[in-house]
Every structure is written in C-alpha cells, then in structure tokens.
Design a protein around this ligand. Structure first.
Ligand code: PLP
Length: 493
C-alpha cells in the first residue's frame, strides 16, 4: 500500500506511473496521503515532503505531485503555507473513523409514529400483469397502439410547448386544448352537451374517481353512504372507502342496476351503465330513467364510469346518463386507457362547472397539474380524427377476437363454461358449471400462465359467484386459443 510517510515504495507496490495513466497517478498519491492521515501516520500540523522530494522518491513527474497536492488542498486535507511548506490541515474534512463507532444505520425498518391504515388495494392487478395470458383484464393490445401518430403529435406538441405555456405551471383543470377536444368528442360521440369548462382532465379515471370520492364523501362528511353495483370495480370502491364512504351493494339483473332497490339516504351512486363492470350488461332505458328520477328526488350524485364507450359492437352505443341530465346530478368519468393505453394515464370528468372547479382545486393539492405536453399531443390526435380512426380499426380487431374467444370456449370448454357475446367492451362474463371449484381452477390456470378473474374477486362482499371474467382484447386469436387450451388442462389438478 502506498504511503508517503514511510521510506518509499516497497518492491511489491505497483509503479505509480503504470496502470491507468497520469491522472490515476496523481489520484493515487492523493489517496496515499489521505490513507496516511486516516491511520494516524500523518497528523494535523505535520509537514509534508516537498513536491520535488516526493516526485524523486516515487519516480514520477513533479507535476503529478503538484496535481495531487492541489486536489488535497481543494478537499481540505492539506494547507499550503508559502515558503514554510505544505501541512496536514488542522481541520480535516473527514476525521479518521473512531474505533468502535457504529456504522450509520440504514433507513429505519419501522416508522416512529402511528402509521394510518393505507387504502385497501384492489385484488392483485400486478399479479395479472406478469401472466403470459392476461385474461382477467379488460385492457387493449399494446401492439396496436398508434405509436407513430402519437410520436408525430408529441414532437409537434413539444416544439409548440414554450409558446403554448405547456412547460410552465398551468391550469390544474388540464391543457385547454385537450379540454376543448374532449368536450367536442363527448358531444359528437356521446351526445353530452358539454363545452371545455365542463371538462377536467385527470391522470386516468382512477384520479377522477379519487377526487370525486374526496369531494363528495370527506373530510367532515365521512360515513356518507354510497351505493355501488354488487359486482363491480374494486379500485373505485377503494377510492370511495378511503375517502370515508360506507358502501352498500346495489342489486343487479339483466337490465343493469336495480334503481328501485336502492336504499334511502344515499349520498351518491357509482355505476357503469354502458357495459356494467363486470357483467357487461347494458343498462336498459327504463332503468336509466328510474335512476335519474331517483337522483332528482333525493338530490343524489351519480358517478357514471363510462370506461369503454368506444367498444360497442351491436348497433350504436347507448347515450350515457350525462346526455340527459339537465338537473346536474351526473359526474361522467371517461378514460383513454381502453382506446389508447392505460400507461398514458389520461382520463376526464364531465360535470357542471362548479363541480369541475372544485375537483380542480382538490387535484392541485396532490398533483399540481397533468402532463400538459402529452395532453397537447393527444388533443391533436382527437382534433385530426386519428383517435376516432384508431377506435374504428381496433373495434374491428377486438370484435374478431371476441368471437374467436367464444369459439375457443365452445370447442374446448363446452358444458363447463357458458358465455354469451357481450354487446361491447373487452371482456366476457361467462357462467361456469357448479361443480368447478373456481379458486382452485384460477390458481391452476395461473400456474399455466393464464390469469382469470372469478366472481368472488369482483363481488363487494367477496361472495362466490359462478362466473369468470375473460378479457379478449389484449391477445390475438392464436393466443386466445392457446390460453383456452391451457384453461381446459387446468380444470383438473
Ligand atoms: C370500470 C373501470 N373504470 C375505469 C377503468 C380505467 O381506469 P384508468 O382510467 O384509471 O386506467 C377501468 C379499466 O380497467 C375499468 O374497468
């Protein structure tokens, strides 16, 4: 080990000049001085050899020693006192570690305060995300994502961003261009008579649901009762519960949520009327009227989660509740997670302006604003019709996949699984005969690389229901056939 306080290099020391070059040589001289100080061979106030003497002793150029001393002086290990020479500093930057001192501990393994209960997490979506075949999820196929179109739009958005204020603090409501574009889109495709001031852009519908939950339920209003469909979307339930809501299960039948069966004294109803999650049932016109009537009579808020409006295969999509709501009861939530990709995190709320402004204020407390450059790019995709074209293209693809999955189930699992074609969406809701133990089938399927959701996972009270939810959009026809063969093999242990 190099030392400048000893007699000179020992025969076993590597020569200073070889190895990593001249720069390494001055670093090694500096390290040798620091090492001597740390082990006490050099003490504060000791005089160092002159640069000339040290260069001779180590057979390096004087410049190497000068560079090492400069570095050590900069770090505070040594001080130069002119003609008197160079000395070990009396005020070392990093005194030699004290013997017996404990190494600094890592981050504490527990908090030193009472940690409040975090929100209940939805059932294992990340587990499904690692399966080879992710049938439990109603997600789009990332291979169909319009990468080139978004890349072009993003490049333009980025170039225009300084001029359009998208690189600065901006409105928590969302980039104005995207609010305009979403308002035009919901007017044209959903018959909702909205303008930009009725739109809040969020990071996915999950943020919209969380903001709505916090606005309607808490704080100070904790304990308010919100009715949710008895089979439904756990992430929405988690947001409502964490805001302090007490959830009650509203019954469902083949016309959707049974509005007449809703209990009294509700604050809000959360519903998925377009394609009920997960049963895929389209809420009938009579039920829509009944629900809106109940909202008017009791002053209820209706949280309408219209998550997959673009994917309707039989005739025209049904207009949302928000299309016929002059009384201002409906908070209409939409997302681009299905028509584009969940990873973009873009969703929106359409509601009366005071609601939008209140939600924007809440949003600013946790998320100052969204990604306005991305929002400008997506606004362009909507304005120039690219999003609508993409929806049309993928609708055709997913319809083919829906039918391929139905075919495969009929061929491989007839008599076990009974599925009807859903009018829309990205998933089937299929009845399973009673003698199949669903949790065991689910576990064996997962071991074979296929994730499926079973009725119990999707019930508010965790009650067993003899159904499976099977997504068909993310995988192509051959993959779906392979997945269904694996499901058949997984029937038996
Ligand atoms: C009922 C429901 N709402 C909303 C979403 C979309 O959530 P996000 O927009 O947060 O990605 C989904 C996606 O699975 C859903 O099934």
């Amino acid at each position: 080990m190099w030392s400048i306080s000893g007699p000179g290099p020992s025969p076993t020391d590597p020569p200073l000049r070889r190895g990593a070059g001249a720069a390494a040589a001055f670093v090694r001289v500096a390290e040798a001085v620091v090492a001597d100080v740390r082990r006490g061979a050099l003490r504060p106030g000791d005089r160092l050899p002159s640069t000339r003497a040290l260069a001779r002793r180590f057979e390096v150029s004087r410049n190497t020693i000068v560079a090492a001393y400069d570095e050590l002086a900069t770090q505070g290990w040594i001080v130069a006192r002119g003609a008197a020479g160079t000395f070990v500093s009396g005020d070392l930057p990093d005194p030699a570690p004290r013997r017996g001192a404990r190494a600094p501990a890592g981050v504490a393994s527990r908090p030193g305060f009472a940690l409040p209960e975090p929100p209940a997490s939805p059932p294992a979506p990340l587990d499904a995300m690692t399966a080879r075949y992710r049938l439990s999820l109603g997600v789009p196929d990332p291979r169909l994502f319009p990468t080139a179109a978004l890349a072009r739009a993003y490049r333009r958005a980025l170039a225009a961003a300084p001029r359009r204020g998208a690189l600065e603090y901006g409105p928590a409501h969302g980039a104005p261009a995207l609010r305009e574009a979403i308002a035009a889109m919901v007017r044209d495709t959903r018959a909702i008579p909205a303008t930009a001031e009725h739109v809040l852009v969020t990071r996915g519908s999950q943020q919209a649901l969380d903001l709505i939950a916090r606005l309607i339920v808490g704080p100070g209003r904790t304990g308010r009762v919100v009715a949710v469909e008895e089979l439904g979307y756990a992430p929405a339930w988690a947001a409502l519960r964490h805001a302090g809501a007490r959830l009650v299960a509203a019954p469902l039948d083949d016309a959707g949520l049974v509005a007449d069966a809703l209990p009294a004294r509700l604050a809000a109803v959360y519903t998925t009327p377009h394609h009920q999650y997960p049963t895929t049932v389209v809420m009938s016109p009579a039920r829509r009227l009944a629900l809106l009537g109940r909202a008017r009579a009791d002053g209820l808020a209706i949280i309408e989660d219209d998550y997959d409006h673009e994917y309707h295969y039989d005739g025209r999509p049904v207009a949302p509740l928000a299309a016929a709501d002059p009384g201002g009861h409906v908070l209409h939530v939409g997302t681009l997670s299905k028509v584009l990709a969940p990873g973009l995190r873009l969703g929106y709320v359409v509601a009366p302006t005071p609601v939008i402004d209140a939600l924007a204020r809440l949003r600013a407390t946790v998320d100052r604003q969204g990604d306005h450059v991305l929002e400008l790019a997506v606004a362009e995709l909507i304005e120039d019709g690219e999003l609508a074209r993409h929806a049309r293209r993928t609708r055709g693809v997913y319809l083919g996949r829906r039918d391929a999955l139905l075919d495969a189930l009929d061929r491989e699992l007839r008599g076990v699984v009974e599925a009807r074609a859903p009018a829309g969406g990205m998933t089937l809701w299929a009845r399973v005969v009673d003698d199949v133990a669903l949790p065991a089938w689910q576990a064996r399927a997962r071991a074979r690389g296929v994730a499926i959701a079973i009725g119990r996972d999707l019930h508010l009270l965790g009650r067993a229901r003899p159904y499976v939810r099977l997504g068909f959009a993310r995988h192509d026809e051959a993959e779906l056939r392979d997945a269904v063969r694996a499901l058949r093999r997984a029937l038996r242990g």
